[in-house]
Design a binder for this molecule. Structure first.
Ligand code: NOJ
Length: 468
């Protein structure tokens, strides 16, 4: 738990603090009985330093599993083998005095990177996938998949010309040699083939790369991940023109037949309501669920949860501890789910690791009773998406971004749906081609659309429309 589960000591077990394998099996079967799928977070780039493989590897240069991890001699001056930095601050190399070598860790020193050039590592990790597939899981989200392969000659990363003080240490260099090596696609194809042998399973890759590199992870002939996570909405400058441009660029970059996806939030980045404000978070919900592709939503965002301030004495995240004060800590976005109005919002009888924060009226029980809540909005969006094939499967056709308005069509041969979003805090008028009926508004009272096609959007309003 040095990195809250991203430091795995046993790939085929459940940490006793969470339960047992029997609990897991029950989770899978109960979820399946409700028509839900279970996707596991698979962490193949690094293990825990407590993993028996690493315990063996660190026994010395001749240890049977020495080559399962990345060990290098010191630089001539005795320092680290190269300039690669850890994502959590400091050098990515940890010196082992007993053997006189360094091992590489892209994250914490308690998270040594596996050597994926070793065929035994590959085989062992494919066995791990099969272990969980045999237990009935529906797929995997693969942690930092673009990190798996490193430059075989371990060249220094070049400096990042855009680095600015206040950014984390990892941003000092461009990670061109420590990540995103072409050979990674072979590994991913092998993972994909492993899944495909079990039928209809999904492979999702966590990848932070520019769009033109991101789409390479669909693989030759779509042999790669089904969904290379598209995180652009998380870091987008929130204005209509910018969002329109990034959608168009992404749609244009997709390989033939590739299925898109959009991520609005995750456990590593500030919550959407904190990034763009509560009112625009509702517009963002409409955007997420009307764009073409699989949407990914982070728990609590469907309630409109905000980041919870975490005082220094309550900090858990190792990144915040290593690089304090830069606003990098991920605790504020990881506070407990809020179910109801009971103590700790019904999350736990025990004391949660992180503070519950304010605004506890944003909980499932309360929002279920309120037709104007964020939860109700998400439920209506999901219903609409199921009911309208144009929203689920239709083509995307960008219309325009005028001022604060972003408009696009989703179309199948049978159906057309128009989405108009006011990304601004002022009322704005949209001239639609003809008369339209409102399928959904972010605002509670219904809006009148003019016979002449004029639609007066209120501040921060998102609309889904159908030709009348
Ligand atoms: C990405 C995960 O999303 C993050 O939470 C974790 O700390 C790192 N990978 C390291 O595994």
């Amino acid at each position: 738990m040095a990195d809250f589960g991203y430091d795995v000591a046993d790939y085929c077990g459940v940490d006793p603090i969470f339960g047992t394998l029997e609990d897991f099996d029950r989770l899978v079967s109960d979820a399946h009985a409700r028509g839900l799928k279970i996707i596991l977070d698979f962490v193949p780039n690094h293990t825990s330093d407590q993993h028996p493989w690493f315990q063996d590897s660190r026994q010395g240069c001749d240890a049977p599993k020495r080559n399962w991890y990345i060990w290098r001699d010191p630089a001539p001056d005795g320092g680290p083998p190269n300039n690669w930095m850890s994502h959590f601050g400091g050098s990515a190399w940890e010196f082992d005095p007993a053997s006189g070598q360094y091992y590489y860790h892209a994250y914490l020193r308690q998270q040594p990177d596996l050597n994926w050039r070793n065929p035994n590592v590959r085989a062992a990790m494919m066995d791990v996938l099969r272990f969980w597939l045999e237990r009935g899981v529906d797929g995997f989200r693969v942690d930092v998949i673009w990190h798996l392969m490193k430059d075989p000659s371990f060249r220094d990363n070049p400096p990042n010309p855009h680095y600015a003080p206040g950014q984390p240490a990892i941003a000092r260099h461009l990670e061109i040699h420590s990540t995103d090596q072409p050979e990674v696609l072979d590994i991913i194809a092998e993972m994909r083939a492993t899944l495909d042998a079990y039928g209809d399973k999904v492979l999702i890759g966590e990848i932070y790369l520019p769009v033109e590199r991101l789409v390479a992870y669909y693989g030759a002939g779509l042999s790669g991940v089904h969904l290379p996570f598209n995180f652009q909405l998380i870091s987008a400058v929130w204005n209509a023109r910018n969002i329109a441009e990034l959608i168009d660029a992404y749609e244009a970059a997709l390989p033939e037949g590739a299925w898109p996806n959009w991520v609005l939030g995750n456990h590593d980045r500030p919550r959407v309501a904190s990034r763009i404000g509560a009112a625009q978070a509702r517009v963002a919900a409409v955007l997420l669920l009307t764009l073409r592709g699989t949407p990914t939503l982070y728990y609590g965002d469907e309630l409109g949860m905000m980041d919870v301030p975490v005082p220094p004495e309550a900090v858990q995240d190792p990144w915040e501890k290593n690089e304090p004060g830069l606003g990098l800590g991920r605790d504020p976005v990881r506070t407990p789910m809020r179910w109801d109005t009971s103590p700790n919002a019904g999350f736990s009888d025990g004391r949660p690791w992180l503070p519950m924060g304010d605004g506890l009226e944003r909980n499932v029980a309360t929002e279920t009773q309120d037709a104007s809540s964020m939860l109700a909005l998400y439920q209506r969006l999901l219903e609409l998406r199921r009911a309208h094939p144009a929203l689920a499967l239709g083509d995307y056709e960008g219309v325009s971004a005028q001022g604060d308005l972003l408009a696009f069509w989703r179309r199948t041969p049978e159906e057309s749906v128009l989405v108009v979003l006011n990304i601004g805090h002022e009322a704005a008028s949209y001239q639609a081609p003809g008369h339209f009926r409102v399928l959904l508004s972010t605002h509670s009272s219904d809006l009148e659309t003019g016979e002449d096609g004029t639609i007066d959007l209120r501040p921060d309003e998102g609309l889904i429309l159908k030709p009348a």
